[in-house]
Design a protein around this ligand. Structure first.
Ligand code: AMP
Ligand code: MG
Length: 416
């Protein structure tokens, strides 16, 4: 299945029938249409489920709050007693956290603390800062509102209520919420296995001296780390030379992976082997997108299970195509949808360009006087990884745009 063609052809005869350059939206739609979502799930304790994706809807086991309780340190009372006793009541008993209080004796107030159960017979809490205590008696404000400072049972959520649907990616606060709801374990999709391979004769690992023409490899590390952060099982396939036989050999066990992500060799140069090998062993959906940076990018499938992305080698193209294509694909694989945050911003400087491709400019974003500002950074070459030091987002420029002037409204994408 992986070696349909016995002899490697250095040019492009096998994929000339595939569709040509797609717009970003078309390319993303093509990916989403082909993703075969996860089928396996596993049950994990909450502490192990951070960043994982819910497979089975999760429901609250208890009401939250679990019982009526006090929002403040203060005094519990019944509002009708204030009117009857000219706002002065004797203080009797105490309700503290973690135990059940006595019933409130009629015509009295009870000392109470934040989170402690409201005693039966009380309907209101007055915070201690508003109370004048004099020995066993206390004076309360005239304008005390009935029901004040009481957190009602179930006002946040009810036992049985659905908290998270399948596809939800669990954040730390989601997991805290589940803990509060009495849920101890969650069913999440099994992690996809993702193989990451860098290609290039020129690439050397840092720590070794560079020979003439060599550069230090950088894409693989960023890709692996981002994949781990996205809740996948990322497998380091190392760096391979620009030799199709080597790449072919590496990919022969590809059906053990849900995704293969390669870096480099995705253009049409004589040494750009990746798409040719993918064309041999699988089916390419597209191999070019009308975007900048990142035009040479391929997506397709090998065998019944494995999706592949051939990302471009330039470090910034690698980052942008990962964000634009790989991230949404991983969410879709988990029966989910990548949340995209795109905000209007005011351009802090001008940027002129030739229309044709949708462009993602590295940008510095900040807010000023309640508005988002975006500065297109100097050094937009797709090899200029140094610019990323100052980058905390992108400015997105539409295909037909010639750029923008300072002060104009632009679309900003925070880098998260
Ligand atoms: P390619 O996509 O293979 O044509 O590579 C485009 C540019 O990116 C070339 O300048 C490569 O040297 C560089 N490049 C390719 N792969 C990597 C990598 N893994 N890390 C850093 N730079 C790379
Ligand atoms: Mg290369």
């Amino acid at each position: 299945m992986f070696c349909a063609r016995p002899v490697f052809q250095p040019k492009w005869p096998s994929i000339t029938g595939a569709p040509s350059m797609l717009s970003l939206a078309e390319a993303q739609a093509a990916i989403l249409a082909r993703i075969q979502p996860a089928t396996r799930s596993e049950t994990l304790a909450l502490a192990r489920a951070h960043g994982r994706y819910v497979a089975t809807a999760l429901h609250a086991r208890v009401d939250n709050p679990a019982f009526d309780n006090s929002a403040m340190d203060g005094y519990a009372l019944h509002s009708r007693d204030l009117a009857a006793h000219d706002c002065v009541l004797p203080v009797q008993g105490e309700s503290s956290c973690g135990s059940a209080p006595q019933q409130l004796a009629p015509g009295t107030a009870m000392r109470i603390f934040t989170g402690a159960p409201l005693p039966a017979g009380a309907d209101t809490v007055v915070m201690q800062e508003d109370v004048k205590r004099n020995g066993e008696r206390a004076r309360f404000p005239q304008d005390t509102r009935t029901g004040a400072q009481v957190r009602r049972r179930g006002e946040d959520f009810r036992a049985g209520e659905a908290l998270f649907e399948p596809g939800r990616r669990l954040s730390a606060y989601d997991l805290a919420l589940l803990s509060a709801a009495g849920v101890a374990e969650v069913s999440v999709y099994a992690r996809p296995r993702v193989l990451v391979v860098a290609t290039g004769d020129e690439l050397v690992a840092p720590g070794q001296p560079l020979k003439p023409g060599q550069i230090y490899e950088s894409n693989r590390l960023a890709t692996l780390l981002q994949l781990e952060a996205l809740g996948t099982e990322a497998v380091d396939g190392g760096t391979v030379r620009d030799d199709p036989a080597v790449l072919r050999a590496l990919l022969k066990d590809a059906d053990d992976f849900d995704f293969i992500i390669t870096s480099g060799g995705a253009s049409v140069g004589d040494h750009d082997l990746v798409k040719q090998v993918f064309a041999e062993i699988g089916e390419i959906s597209f191999w070019k997108a009308k975007i900048k940076p990142g035009k040479p990018v391929a997506f397709g499938q090998v065998g019944a299970r494995t999706h592949f992305f051939a990302l471009p080698g330039n470090p910034v193209s690698s980052l942008v195509t990962f964000k634009l294509f790989v991230e949404p694909a991983l969410y879709a694989w988990h029966h989910s949808q990548l949340p995209v945050l795109e905000l209007p911003a005011i351009a802090a400087n001008s940027f002129q360009r030739k229309p044709g491709r949708m462009e993602f400019l590295r940008a510095r974003l900040w807010s000023e006087n309640g508005e988002l500002r975006a500065e297109a950074l100097a050094g937009q070459g797709s090899h200029q990884i140094g610019t990323l030091r100052h980058t905390n987002g992108f400015i997105r420029i539409g295909e037909d745009s010639q750029g923008f002037a300072a002060g104009e409204r632009v679309s900003a994408l925070p880098l998260v």
